[in-house]
Every structure is written in structure tokens, then in C-alpha cells.
Design a protein around this ligand. Structure first.
Ligand code: ATP
Ligand code: MG
Ligand code: MG
Ligand code: MG
Length: 467
């Protein structure tokens, strides 16, 4: 039952078309008329206005495959089997139309009948108080009650402040004990990679008045999200997302450039996976109009590119190489995203420019940083040094922090920030950045960015303007 990623996408979308859904193309990664979110991070995010009723959807049933960026997962990328900063999310949506019964039955039909997943490997989690979901799964869909796990609010209740909210139910695939953490209480919901969560069904059935008084909605909604790469990982029986057919081809290209085969060592494998992920996310971000800068989305892009360049260095690649890998990203994705080919020259130009400007200073920056790490007897890098690394050598503060944390060191961030602010006062007033995210769980990174967005490597920015 090996199925390619592109074929899985098509199977999903046409299955939901056969259930009366309108297929819409992916929305761009930059949210439209919504400054609560930096980058689209789920299938439902660009459809909020359909859910609130502010905008009438083209049909009450919609299905999409949405490009997503989740920067809060950045530290997990390459480490876990299942996280990327970029991935595609398959989704089917009901705007006050069908509800729990239909969506659970269709989800099960799709994975067990269309994809023929073995039922004995499947597990379902539900919200602890959602007896209705338990009854539907066991009595109507026919799932073995011993394969249903009840979890608390944190895992299985979708809610962001006040407004529409509701319980979720997630489907997991048991990849076997060899992928597990070995803890006796390891079960679906555990953070290890044994039970791979791949599909989240959200039953938006309540309104929270802001004081945790829940009233049932007259027209409840359905929103589901299934990671396409995770689904492909399960269907292809591979170890992790980066070995999925189309993704693997990108990693192979990097592997050839580095002259290091995948599987040589865990350390080099992590770098190969990180670069593979970051080149995918940055290619799609630039294609959707994000440009490198020192704040907001542009900072996310810059940080991803520089992080990828650094991992290239760790693999012994001593020349700019990322723009070359873009060709493979485009070749592997153009079936679904033909605009990548049209924008190919622009994407490569942006990446080369950014990479080359970083390369001009990268060695000196690393030399400085390594020198400090070797010399200092404290575990703290001074704010002045962090500022110099950022301002003169183009090291995003998060990159500096990451390198230091590998050596058990930290940065005097208060001092660093004070220096950045001081520099800012003498330059232009900073454009107001996107606010905190109200709906979709990106708030962690926004908090992180609120502290770090105003990194002042002005010198590079001046030369990095692309015309
Ligand atoms: P996890 O617990 O594994 O981090 P999640 O609960 O954060 O996943 P959801 O917010 O429920 O994920 O998103 C719906 C689906 O999107 C997930 O079930 C998964 O298939 C996919 N997904 C989520 N985050 C990622 C990611 N970083 N990389 C790839 N796929 C993802
Ligand atoms: Mg997550
Ligand atoms: Mg989860
Ligand atoms: Mg989930």
C-alpha cells in the first residue's frame, strides 16, 4: 500500500469532493486581513472568517491542502521524526453543515477503506468528557473501545480565549515499540514517535463567553487537519518525514553536495534533516512574498536561512549552496504548486543574496564566537558580544543562543536588547509588528519574536535590499 505524497493529496481531496466538498487551492502563507498571526499554521487559519460568519463561504463543505509554517516547532525539527517548520495540512471543513457523526465515519472510511490502513495499528484519542464521541466511534464507526484513549483539555480541547471552541479527537498510528520511549505509560498522546498523531478532528460545538461558561452553538462547525507528510510517512513505512518520497529527494541533493550519505551518523543526519526542512519552508515563504528582514515574517525567513547555512557548515559545505537545492524543491513540488516554477529565478535570487551576505561574515563570526566559548570561564556571553555578532556578523540572536546552548552557555539578553534598543533610537522608528496570535497557537514564537525581532544587523540589511 505504498503511496506517493502527491497521490495521497489527490486521493484525499477527491474523496472529500465525493462527499460534497468544494476543493479550494491552498491559501498563501501570509495571512490576509489578519494580523493576529504571522504565518498560516493550519488549514483552518485562513478560513476563520467563514467560521465566524463574517464572510459567507463559497460552499458549506470545503476541502483544502494548505501550506503551513510552524516556527514554534523549530527546535524539534530534525530531532523528532514528525516535525517540520513547513508541512502541508489536508483538511475538510463544515461551516454549520455536517458534524461529529459524519466526520468520524468519513475519516475512518478514508483511512481504512480508501488507504487500507490496518485497523489494529490505529488508535483514537478523545476529550475526556466527550462521551458522545466515544459512543459514535465505538457504536457507529465500530472502533474497538480498548483503542480509544481519553485525554485532557491540553491535548484534546481546541480553545483560544473566548469564542467558538470544542473537543477534538485525534487518530494515531502505532509504529511499534521500536519507535517508543519505552516508558510503561507510553500511549497515544505520549510525546515520543511511537504513536504517530496524524489527523486531528475538531468539533467546534461551544461558545466560551470568556468566563468558561460554555453554551452549545446553534450551528456547530467541523475543522480537521491531517499532516500530509505524516500520512505519507505512515503509508510509506519510513522512519521519519524526511524520508517521504518527495522530501527525500531534496535531502539526497543536499547529501550529494555535502558528500555525506544519510545514515552516516546521527549528528550529520540531524543537519541533513534540518537543511531539508528549512529549504522547503524558505522556498515556499519567498514564493508567497516574504522577504528577509529583521522583524516579523522576514526575521523568521532570515533565521531559517541562516540556520540552514550554519548546518551546511556543520556538514563541511564551505560555499553557498542553498539556492542550488531550490531547484529540487521546485521539481518535487511543482505538480501541486506550479507557481514555484514561475517564480524560480526570484526565489533563487533572494536566497543567494541572503546566503552570500551571511557567508561574507560567517567565518569571522564563528571565529569570534568560538574564541569566546574557549576563553570564558563564565557560562554567560556578554550582551556586547552578542550584539557584535548580530550587528557586525549577521548572526540572529536565536542562532547565537542555539550555538551557545550546545555548549551549556547563555546570553546576557537584557543587555543585548538594551544595546539593540539604543541603536534603534538613533535609527528609524520601528514598524509595528504583528500582534499576539489569538486563535491558532503560534503565540510562543510570537513571544519569542517580540523579544528578538529587533535584531540590529543593519549593515547587512542595507546591502541586502533586493531590487
Ligand atoms: P504534535 O502533537 O505532533 O506536535 P499537533 O497536535 O501540534 O502535533 P495539530 O495542531 O493537531 O498538531 O495539527 C494537525 C495535524 O497537522 C497533526 O495531527 C499533524 O498531522 C500535522 N502537524 C502538526 N504539526 C506538524 C509539524 N510541525 N510538521 C508536520 N506535520 C505537523
Ligand atoms: Mg505540535
Ligand atoms: Mg498533538
Ligand atoms: Mg494535535
Amino acid at each position: 500500500q505504498w503511496t506517493g505524497l502527491n497521490e495521497l493529496r489527490e486521493k484525499y481531496l477527491s474523496f472529500f469532493e465525493s462527499k460534497g466538498h468544494l476543493r479550494l487551492p491552498s491559501f498563501p502563507l501570509i495571512p490576509k486581513d489578519d494580523n493576529s498571526l504571522l504565518l498560516i499554521n493550519s488549514g483552518m487559519a485562513p478560513m476563520k472568517k467563514y467560521f465566524t460568519g463574517e464572510v459567507t463561504p463559497p460552499r458549506k463543505r470545503v476541502t483544502t491542502c494548505q501550506k503551513c509554517i510552524r516556527t514554534p516547532d523549530i527546535e524539534r525539527v530534525g530531532i523528532t521524526a514528525r516535525h517540520g517548520t513547513y508541512f502541508e495540512m489536508l483538511g475538510n471543513f463544515s461551516f454549520g453543515d455536517y458534524f461529529k457523526r459524519e466526520v468520524t465515519a468519513w475519516a475512518w472510511e478514508f483511512i481504512t477503506k480508501v488507504l487500507e490502513m490496518p485497523e489494529d495499528k490505529l488508535w483514537v484519542t478523545i476529550y475526556q468528557d466527550d462521551d458522545e464521541a466515544f459512543d459514535i466511534w465505538t457504536k457507529e464507526v465500530g472502533v474497538d473501545p480498548t483503542k480509544i484513549v481519553r485525554l485532557g483539555k491540553e491535548d484534546n480541547f481546541w480553545e483560544h480565549g473566548s469564542g467558538p471552541c470544542g473537543p477534538c479527537s485525534e487518530i494515531h498510528f502505532d509504529r511499534g515499540p521500536e519507535y517508543g520511549c519505552g516508558k510503561p505509560d507510553c500511549k497515544p498522546g505520549c510525546d515520543c514517535d511511537r504513536y504517530m498523531e496524524f489527523w486531528n478532528l475538531v468539533f467546534t460545538q461551544f461558545d466560551n463567553d470568556g468566563h468558561n461558561n460554555y453554551t452549545p452553538l446553534a450551528h456547530p462547525n467541523i475543522d480537521t487537519g491531517m499532516g500530509l507528510e505524516r500520512l505519507a510517512c505512515v503509508m510509506q513505512g519510513v522512519d521519519n518525514l524526511f524520508l517521504v518520497d518527495t522530501v527525500q529527494n531534496i535531502m539526497k541533493r543536499i547529501s550529494r553536495i555535502a558528500g555525506i550519505a544519510y545514515g552516516e551518523s546521527e549528528k550529520t543526519d540531524i543537519s541533513l534533516r534540518v537543511i531539508t526542512d528549512h529549504i522547503r519552508s524558505t522556498t515556499f515563504m519567498i514564493s508567497d512574498g516574504v522577504m528577509p528582514s529583521n522583524e516579523g515574517r522576514g526575521y523568521v525567513l532570515r533565521r531559517l536561512l541562516r540556520r540552514a547555512a550554519r548546518h551546511g557548515r556543520l556538514l563541511g559545505i564551505n560555499h553557498p549552496f542553498l539556492s542550488e537545492v531550490v531547484d529540487t524543491v521546485i521539481a518535487e513540488n511543482e505538480v501541486a504548486y506550479p507557481e514555484l516554477r514561475e517564480k524560480s529565478a526570484m526565489i533563487k535570487k533572494v536566497i543567494s543574496f541572503e546566503e552570500e551576505s551571511f557567508y561574507k561574515t560567517i567565518d569571522k563570526g564563528f571565529a569570534l564566537l568560538n574564541n569566546i566559548i574557549d576563553r570564558t570561564d563564565t557560562k554567560i556571553l556578554s550582551g556586547e558580544d552578542a550584539f557584535k555578532l548580530s550587528d557586525t556578523f549577521g548572526f540572529p540572536i536565536d542562532l547565537t543562543k542555539e550555538i551557545l546552548s550546545e555548549k551549556g552557555m547563555e546570553v546576557d539578553e537584557d543587555k543585548f536588547r538594551a544595546l539593540v534598543l539604543k541603536q534603534r533610537e538613533t535609527t528609524r522608528a520601528r514598524r509595528k509588528n504583528a500582534g499576539a496570535d489569538a486563535w491558532a497557537g503560534d503565540s510562543d514564537v510570537l513571544e519569542g519574536l517580540a523579544k528578538t525581532e529587533f535584531v540590529g544587523y543593519t549593515k547587512l540589511t542595507e546591502t541586502a535590499k533586493i531590487t
